[in-house]
Ligand binder design. Structure first.
Ligand SMILES: NC(=O)c1ccc[n+]([C@@H]2O[C@H](COP(=O)([O-])OP(=O)(O)OC[C@H]3O[C@@H](n4cnc5c(N)ncnc54)[C@H](O)[C@@H]3O)[C@@H](O)[C@H]2O)c1
Length: 332
């Protein structure tokens, strides 16, 4: 499979490195607008054609699939051009700037029988795969809540607010883990340094009383990537920055009984063992790109396809509407 990559900024080099290392795939061209980034690409990969012109990659007959690793406001036009030229597309999160764009791209890919994969990298991390396993086998019991803190100092994006930058990770994880569609969204936030929110909080209501909260912040003095999942039987603490034991399962919870003839509730706290399941040592992006190549070769629709990308964009759009109304509940 021959790839063209558009965008060699912060994330692009990771995509190129993984594609170049995959068996059965090679990077034929990189398009990058910035001369400094082009220089870096050429130095790292002297054998790959590097150009300033994305159209050159789109129209090349040598290229089967295009990776769009540019800012979100460019995703629609670049993905559309790639599909129109008969290329499969691996596009960064968030998929598009709005739902209308996402719907058009999904329809175009369907007409052309091409594959869109949205880079929801976290779905391929050993930690998220393990948490999915714990949920599926019933270790956590019925899920009560998902609570994520994703804060650090910078990297400020110029075209989007902090929710559109960092929340797609959690939104795609929840979309994948819960398998249900959210009912409503509340988002609050504040702009301190430019016209985009740099601190934001998002609450998502899912069916069956599952509630999610996401705290995202570009103005935090320290980096935190911690997610709690509370279940009826057990609870998980996932610290993505931990060198090992990233996922810890706590056999803790609360049992409530209502003894006959008594009106007050009896609350029993359960405080059992904690264990840290063994996680694979693999790079998520490599697993994901291998899956992309497999999906194209076998004609299979990936689970992180355009529709999955669109579901995340829909939640982000609802969050933007709620933000503009200072936290009004927006139904989905
Ligand atoms: N999956 C992840 O974990 C993850 C991590 C970081 C970033 N991202 C996503 O990757 C995308 C890029 O983010 P980044 O941090 O690398 O941004 P960046 O600004 O560092 O890099 C983007 C690059 O694209 C180039 N570019 C833009 N339009 C172009 C065009 N038409 N033709 C050629 N080059 C073009 C820019 O010159 C720039 O070098 C974003 O959508 C972001 O959300 C995903």
């Amino acid at each position: 499979m021959n790839f063209g990559v558009i965008g060699y900024g912060y994330w692009g080099p990771n995509v190129v490195r993984n594609l170049a290392g995959l068996e059965g795939s090679q990077v034929r061209a990189i398009a990058e607008m910035s001369p400094a980034a082009r220089k870096r690409a050429q130095k790292a990969y002297p054998g790959i054609h590097v150009t300033a012109d994305a159209a050159e990659v789109m129209t090349s007959t040598e290229i089967d699939a295009v990776a769009v690793i540019t800012p979100v406001w460019t995703h629609y036009e670049l993905t559309k051009a790639a599909l129109e030229n008969g290329k499969h597309v691996f596009v960064e999160k968030p998929f598009t700037s709005n739902t209308a764009q996402g719907e058009k791209l999904i329809e175009l890919a369907r007409q052309k029988n091409l594959c869109i994969m949205v880079d929801h990298t976290f779905l391929f991390t050993p930690a998220v795969r393990k948490i999915r396993e714990l949920l599926e086998e019933g270790t956590l019991g019925k899920l009560y809540y998902y609570d994520s803190t994703r804060v650090n100092l910078g990297l400020f994006q110029h075209d989007i607010n902090v929710l559109w930058d960092l929340a797609p990770h959690d939104l795609s994880i929840m979309d994948n883990l819960l398998g249900t569609r959210p009912e409503g969204v509340v988002a609050t936030g504040q702009r301190h340094l430019n016209s985009h929110e740099d601190v934001a909080y998002m609450t998502i209501y899912f069916p069956e009383k599952v509630i999610a909260h996401i705290n995202v912040n570009w103005l935090s003095p320290v980096k935190v990537r911690t997610t709690l999942l509370g279940g009826e039987k057990r609870m998980v603490v996932w610290n993505d920055l931990a060198a090992d034991e990233k996922v810890k399962v706590y056999d803790r919870g609360v049992n409530i009984t209502n003894r006959e003839g008594m009106y007050e509730l009896l609350v029993n706290y359960r405080s059992g063992d904690m264990w840290a399941p063994q996680l694979e040592q693999v790079e998520a992006l490599r697993t994901e790109l291998t899956y992309f190549v497999d999906c194209i070769s076998s004609g299979t629709q990936p689970f992180n396809d355009g529709c999955a990308g669109l579901r995340v964009v829909r939640m982000l759009e609802a969050a933007s509407e709620s933000l503009s109304k200072r936290g009004a509940l927006v139904y989905l």
